[in-house]
Design a protein around this ligand. Structure first.
Ligand code: ADP
Length: 482
């Protein structure tokens, strides 16, 4: 198919050239040649003014059509070809390097326009002859018919090259460009007719009277098209931006999915060891009633501890679900003594710390320390911190809890001399599911506790801070408005 391209372009160019030569040969016979030259010049200007990167409106074709009743169809072909030659020269000035391909383009464009306007001109003359130039019908209908024919020849000659070159679907392309047809026909038919009438009545002045508004409106239209194009570009940019955001959101979603999967895998793994302990020790207790009392008590204690670990995991999952649902954290505030609450937690945690021979000391600096807060939630906060301190401190370590008032704030510091948190992990330690890699085999956990603690403290307009050094220990500091 593409083999047809060169012969087709050559044929169109040659036909156009012959028409132009024919028109130029007739030039000496033209009545008032200055008007003809002026029309040629105006067609060039109009072509330059009305052509934007995307659209060309047929103002120059209107001028060439107007040439038909004055000088004949071949002269009209000269005007049409000249308009393209002018545009070609302008473009060539900008892109000198592409002159070779652009010769072909000039030949084709000029040829196409000349043929279209020449045939339209013949149709015009025939219809005008048929209807008579004195009647209103004879003065209007030929313009309209010629404009429609001219426009259609133009577009079909273009469609043929597009079919050959790019295999476009002819009717689909025609339909896509249908919107411009009424405008082209109006500009060519009405514009051409009025210009011809104006020249008939006012000679060279008629050209000026007519041309000025056309030129201005073509120019304005060009500006409008360029502006629309710019806005389209901006819109495209916006769409690209939004698409990018969507991709990022998708990425985040799949990260979340991955996080959740990893969490589930970890959770089932972590729940296994306390469950296995419970099962194993319960069986031992059932089957060996002859075991010494101290050993039996020890086994029961392990079962209880394992159950507590599981309960902590379940509670943390339930709590984080609640906190993440987006619903505000509802606080049931009451006045209570922080020192007393810490005392209770120390007592409850004493046995857990005792199993590892960890010294757990509570030092109140003010006594009592009343705050107005949600008792249940602050208990969760402190229980989590103390339980962490025990979990991440080796045997024979020590934990010191200090409570007191500092200005308008009550504080609780939980200080341990345990494994500590590596510096690069510290900024992320309050993120959900975050666990220090090295700690994973040390203690059972979900990586949810600190995220929950932080949310609950912040719900009280308080602050949670941490200082930690690997191998030295950690201090978690809670500050709550009194
Ligand atoms: P987990 O259920 O794993 O204990 P947390 O959210 O409570 O989850 O803690 C997150 C991680 O922070 C822990 O896995 C541990 O690595 C680290 N961490 C928390 N408390 C301490 C502490 N007192 N000392 C050292 N590391 C701690």
């Amino acid at each position: 198919m593409s083999k047809l391209r060169t012969p087709y372009v050559a044929a169109i160019s040659l036909a156009g050239l012959l028409l132009v030569i024919w028109g130029l040969v007739q030039f000496p016979t033209y009545d008032q040649p200055s008007i003809f030259i002026l029309l040629v010049a105006l067609a060039i200007v109009a072509q330059l003014a009305s052509t934007s990167a995307e659209v060309t409106f047929e103002v120059s074709t209107a001028i060439s059509l107007a040439t038909v009743p004055l000088y004949g169809p071949a002269a009209a072909a000269v005007v049409a070809a000249a308009a393209h030659a002018g545009l070609w020269l302008m473009n060539l000035r900008k892109e000198r390097s592409q002159w070779k391909g652009s010769w072909e383009q000039l030949g084709f464009n000029a040829g196409m326009s000349s043929i279209a306007v020449f045939v339209a001109g013949l149709i015009f003359l025939t219809t005008a002859n048929l209807l008579g130039t004195d009647t209103l019908l004879g003065q209007t209908v030929p313009w309209l018919v010629a404009a429609i024919i001219g426009d259609q020849i133009n577009i079909w000659l273009l469609i043929i090259i597009l079919v050959i070159q790019h295999r476009v679907r002819p009717l689909a392309f025609w339909r896509d460009n249908r919107w411009a047809m009424p405008i082209n026909v109006m500009v060519m038919g009405v514009g051409g007719g009025l210009l011809a009438a104006s020249v008939y009545s006012f000679d060279i002045l008629g050209v000026a009277i007519f041309f000025l508004p056309i030129f201005l409106s073509a120019y304005a239209f060009r500006l409008f098209v360029i502006r629309t194009q710019q806005q389209m570009d901006k819109l495209e940019e916006l769409i690209a931006e939004r698409t990018q955001e969507l991709v990022a959101a998708n990425q985040e979603l799949s990260n979340l999915h991955r996080e959740k999967d990893a969490f589930l895998a970890l959770l089932t793994h972590d729940m296994r060891s306390p469950l296995t302990s419970i099962h194993g020790y319960a069986m031992l207790l059932r089957d060996h009633s002859d075991l010494p009392e101290a050993q039996r008590a020890n086994m029961a204690q392990i079962i209880i501890r394992s159950q507590e670990s599981l309960l902590e995991i379940v509670n943390n999952i339930l709590e984080i679900e609640r906190l993440q649902s987006g619903a505000p954290v509802l606080l049931e505030r009451e006045n209570f003594d922080l020192v007393e609450l810490v005392g209770e937690i120390v007592e409850v945690s004493g046995s857990q710390a005792g199993e590892k021979q960890i010294g757990l000391v509570h030092e109140p600096t003010t006594n009592p320390t009343y705050i107005n807060a949600d008792h249940h939630k602050i208990r969760r906060v402190l229980q989590n911190l103390v339980s962490n301190a025990i979990k991440y401190t080796p045997e024979n370590g020590s934990i010191q809890i200090t409570t007191g008032m500092n200005g308008r704030f009550a504080f609780v510091n939980v200080e341990d001399n345990g494994y500590g948190i590596p510096a690069d992990e510290l900024p992320h330690i309050f993120d959900r599911f975050r666990r220090v890699d090295k700690h994973k085999h040390i203690a059972v956990g979900t990586g949810l506790g600190l995220a929950i603690v932080k949310s609950l403290v912040e719900a009280h307009d308080g602050e949670l801070l941490v200082e930690s050094a690997e191998g030295v220990g950690s201090t978690f500091m809670v500050r709550l408005p009194a």
